[in-house]
Write a protein that binds this ligand. Structure first.
Ligand SMILES: Cc1ncc(COP(=O)(O)O)c(C=O)c1O
Length: 360
């Protein structure tokens, strides 16, 4: 069966070489005679996988030694609750930058259990640009932002500034390891794996060790970062298969030449698509050019019927996954790390043909 060109926002395209390798190992992981799905998470074979995954993340992101790498479950959405539960006490206020739907959800989760201050927001422009500099509350527990806004199609070019001593927390679910990641400028970074890292099921958390003992002590153990750090992410059964495939993706990322090389490819792919949309007579991208995401190119024809017609043209050419998020409609091309130049070529051909037909 021929594979399609997949522009879905997540779960998303993975490197084909990784998929081929993973499928081979289903029957036997290496020479073990036991498939990768069947290994105990406490056995030697899996220990090798998780140790290697951590080492690769440390190398790729040049992590400082005082940063813990945690492999958790529950998606980024569970982190919306775990971050305030671990980092905020009754005396402190959780500060958030609201740059889109996912920030709004993080704010909702934090508001359910304590005090929250929205330090900056671009809601008034329907999140088409990035919020201005944050204005923090008194006694901030931390400042949280979403580095890439998967639905709105915007991305912070650099992390927001904050006063010294205020931990910076980042939801990097849709751009983790798509460009160099500076953990010297962050205190906690989390991401669901299903866009840039691997299959759904794994949530990566990078957290500075000195944050582990903060917050209320009466949290159930499974919700405490300190529990997972002390247990090497084996407090309970981790998402073993997702970690395994992620390890292969990390190996692939290293083979590509690391994050600088991958970031350049991501930028080049995005630039080709934005340039084509900006010069198109039938497509438009309404995001502030200074805020545009290299991961999720959000655009439309301006009419739901014509968007649907465009999607049909894509489908006929083997190009899928371009429907915009159900909350905003329109079109969206996701260009995560594993997106290929061939897929961009094909999408540009579809745009050319669609435009020629529409303007004939
Ligand atoms: C930026 C961002 N944060 C959070 C989420 C929610 O992730 P999950 O489904 O892993 O909870 C998503 C999902 O698309 C996302 O793009």
């Amino acid at each position: 069966m021929e594979r399609l060109f997949n522009f879905a926002a997540g779960p998303a395209v993975l490197p084909e070489s990784v998929l081929a390798q993973a499928s081979e190992q289903l029957l036997s992981l290496g020479e073990t005679g036991i498939g990768v799905l069947e290994h105990s998470h406490r056995g030697d074979a899996f220990a090798e996988v998780i140790t290697s995954a951590e080492a690769r993340i440390r190398r790729l992101a040049a992590l400082p030694d005082d940063v813990e790498v945690l492999f958790l479950q529950g998606g980024a959405s569970l982190q919306f609750a775990m971050v305030p539960a671990n980092l905020r006490d009754d005396q402190h206020i959780a500060n958030y930058i609201n740059s889109g739907t996912w920030s709004t959800k993080a704010i909702e989760a934090a508001s359910a259990t304590g005090r929250v201050h929205v330090a900056a927001s671009s809601e008034s422009t329907q999140f088409r640009d990035l919020p201005g500099p944050p204005v923090l509350s008194d006694a901030p527990a931390y400042l949280h932002y979403t580095s890439n806004n998967t639905i709105a199609g915007t991305q912070f070019p650099i992390p927001p500034s904050r006063p010294p001593g205020v931990p910076l927390v980042c939801d990097a679910s849709s751009d983790i390891l798509s460009r160099p990641l500076d953990l010297n400028q962050h205190d906690l970074v989390y991401a669901g794996a299903q866009k840039n890292l691997g299959p759904a099921g794994l949530t990566l958390v990078l957290v500075r060790r000195d944050l582990l003992q903060r917050g209320p002590t009466q949290l159930p153990p499974v919700l405490r970062y300190a529990t997972h750090a002390a247990a090497g992410s084996l407090y309970h059964t981790p998402p073993a298969f997702s970690i395994y495939v992620t390890e292969l993706v990390l190996e692939w990322l290293e083979e590509q030449g690391g994050l600088d090389v991958v970031a350049q490819r991501n930028r080049d792919q995005a630039a080709r698509l934005y340039d084509r949309i900006d010069t198109s007579d039938v497509l438009e991208c309404r995001c502030d050019p200074a805020a545009r995401s290299a991961m999720n190119v959000v655009f439309s024809t301006g009419s739901p019927e014509t968007d649907q017609n465009f999607l049909s043209h894509c489908q006929a050419a083997g190009v899928v996954g371009l429907k915009g998020h159900r909350s905003v409609g329109g079109l969206r091309a996701s260009l995560y790390n594993a997106q290929t130049d061939a897929a961009i070529d094909r999408l540009l051909e579809v745009i050319d043909a669609f435009e020629a037909e529409a303007t004939a």
